[in-house]
Design a protein around this ligand. Structure first.
Ligand SMILES: Cc1cc2nc3c(=O)[nH]c(=O)nc-3n(C[C@H](O)[C@H](O)[C@H](O)COP(=O)(O)O)c2cc1C
Length: 160
């Protein structure tokens, strides 16, 4: 295989940009992710690939709950703020400086993104440096009509 072709071809996949959150008994966890897709209508399932050595992975593996927030077109800064995971949580009110509320599963829900959904893990596939968690969507909300930011809009790359 030509490694440059592999990198280029994989980076031509199109992605949105989302912030995933979770929590375990050590606290809140978060990370900006792009490896995510819906994977079933009935029940509504999504699959997310989470970096095995991250705080987000530790929390999702332990608590089996996570939320995904769609990042809006004007919210590149929000995506950037979560590249380093959960840096600071002031009680349960803010995460990395962004306001949160608590969802029905107990995960933190960011108030700024235009839409979110909350999941319970129903399956996982380990392998490589990320784990695929399959989550059933158990609640969702829309806070504004802003369109979604795409990975290509940002100039960032994750893949290859
Ligand atoms: C553009 C971009 C896309 C990313 N996509 C993912 C992803 O799909 N899955 C993931 O687990 N981490 C992804 N990351 C990494 C996380 O944002 C972040 O580095 C990680 O959750 C931080 O974890 P830690 O500080 O708790 O180790 C991405 C990073 C960047 C810069």
């Amino acid at each position: 295989m030509d490694p440059a072709a592999k990198k280029k071809a994989l980076r031509l996949l199109s992605y949105g940009l989302c912030v995933a959150t979770s929590r375990d008994d050590t606290g809140l966890a978060a990370g900006t992710i792009n490896w995510i897709s819906q994977s079933s209508f009935t029940p509504p399932l999504v699959m997310v690939a989470i970096k095995a050595d991250s705080g987000l992975h530790r929390a999702v593996a332990a608590s089996r709950i996570f939320a995904v927030h769609i990042v809006g077109k004007s919210q590149k800064e929000l995506a950037t703020a979560f590249f380093r995971g959960a840096q600071s949580a002031a009680a349960d009110d803010t995460l990395n400086g962004y306001a949160v509320e608590t969802g029905q599963t107990g995960v933190p829900l960011l108030l700024a993104p235009p839409a979110w959904f909350e999941c319970r893990v129903v399956n996982e596939v380990r392998g490589g440096d990320h784990t695929i968690f399959v989550g059933e969507v158990v609640d969702a909300g829309v806070r504004s009509e802003e369109e979604a930011l795409t990975l290509r809009d940002t100039g960032f790359a994750y893949g290859g």
